[in-house]
Design a protein around this ligand. Structure first.
Ligand SMILES: [Zn+2]
Ligand SMILES: [Zn+2]
Ligand SMILES: [Zn+2]
Ligand SMILES: [Zn+2]
Length: 312
């Protein structure tokens, strides 16, 4: 048996869009409408037979054919009248004997052996049209192809909604602070809707010879509606001012979300998370990091929301 390829009924005369529910194609009717009937029952926009006729200022339009912002009222009498018109399958000549009414046509189109439906993945780029029965086979056979189409789409969305940000922070008076010890705080900043702050510390109980930097989540204006714990990737970098390729970088991630510091901050007292031995005092003072008695700390944050973790 040769493969049946379904034929699409152009539901929408206006723009021939698949699945568009504009006016009915007049070829559905068993009897041609008289000029007066045609005038009464046609859409002023698509010129098909009114589907869900809406009364608007200058006549009638299908629900689908309303202009943006236009208000109408369903004309139930007209709708019933149209629904009762006798209809035949538009593929009678191809062998489908179905006859019924305009109102029952949609139902027929789902079981007809000739009327085609677009592949459910058409919005992902599959242009195949087949009868409902054949479509099941198509979906099985094209599983991998459909998956690839969807992956392409997801990759595109992922690039579009990538949520990244960070801070470039100049910390001044390095020599003095290194000798005196202590903590310095960056200004607060948002990455997406999450609010962060960075601490740079010159003294740490366990590693008295190192400087470190920690990332803190702060109480932000949008915390209520956000996903917690925060998951993401972090990069901290102390810039080597003479040779940026020799900068000190430290990367980490919170993909599993098990770090307390990234739970929703309650009273701004979440602990920080990061690296307590980012660089030794000697490195900072002797190498080319603290020219002009200041260093530049860059922190780069990439949020990976749940849906994205599930797809990568
Ligand atoms: Zn349309
Ligand atoms: Zn219309
Ligand atoms: Zn049919
Ligand atoms: Zn397909």
């Amino acid at each position: 048996m040769s493969e049946t390829i379904g034929k699409i009924v152009n539901f929408c005369i206006r723009n021939q869009k698949l699945g568009c529910l504009g006016g009915y194609n007049p070829s559905l009717l068993t009897q041609e409408l008289s000029l007066i009937e045609s005038e009464m029952l046609s859409c002023t926009e698509c010129e098909g037979i009114l589907r869900d006729p809406q009364h608007v200022d200058n006549g009638y339009r299908c629900k689908e054919c309303m202009m943006d912002g236009e208000k109408g009222k369903l004309d139930e009498t007209k709708s019933r009248l149209i629904g009762k018109l006798s209809a035949k399958c538009p593929f009678k000549e191809d062998g489908c004997e179905w006859e019924g009414t305009v109102a029952t046509f949609l139902q027929h189109s789902e079981t007809c052996n000739i009327i085609g439906i677009p592949c459910p993945y058409y919005s992902y780029g599959c242009n195949i049209v087949k009868t409902r029965k054949e479509m099941e086979k198509h979906e099985e056979q094209f599983l991998l192809i459909h998956l690839k189409m969807m992956k392409t789409r997801i990759d595109k969305i992922e690039r579009e909604v990538r949520i990244t940000g960070g801070i470039e922070w100049e910390i001044r008076g390095i020599k003095e602070l290194v000798y005196r010890g202590g903590i310095q705080w960056s200004s607060c900043f948002y990455v997406g809707l999450y609010k962060f702050q960075i601490s740079f510390q010159y003294e740490y109980e366990n590693d008295p010879n190192y400087v470190g930097a920690l990332i803190y989540l702060c109480n932000g204006d949008f915390d209520e509606g956000l996903e917690w714990p925060f998951c993401g990737k972090f990069t901290m970098e102390i810039v080597n001012k003479t040779d940026p390729s020799k900068s000190i970088t430290y990367k980490f991630g919170t993909e599993n979300g098990k770090i307390d510091a990234f739970l929703r901050p309650s009273n701004g007292d979440n602990g920080g998370f990061g690296c307590t031995d980012l660089a030794s005092y000697e490195d900072l003072l002797l190498k080319s990091f603290s020219k002009d008695n200041s260093i530049i700390l860059k922190v780069f944050i990439e949020h990976t929301p749940k849906w994205k973790r599930n797809y990568s």
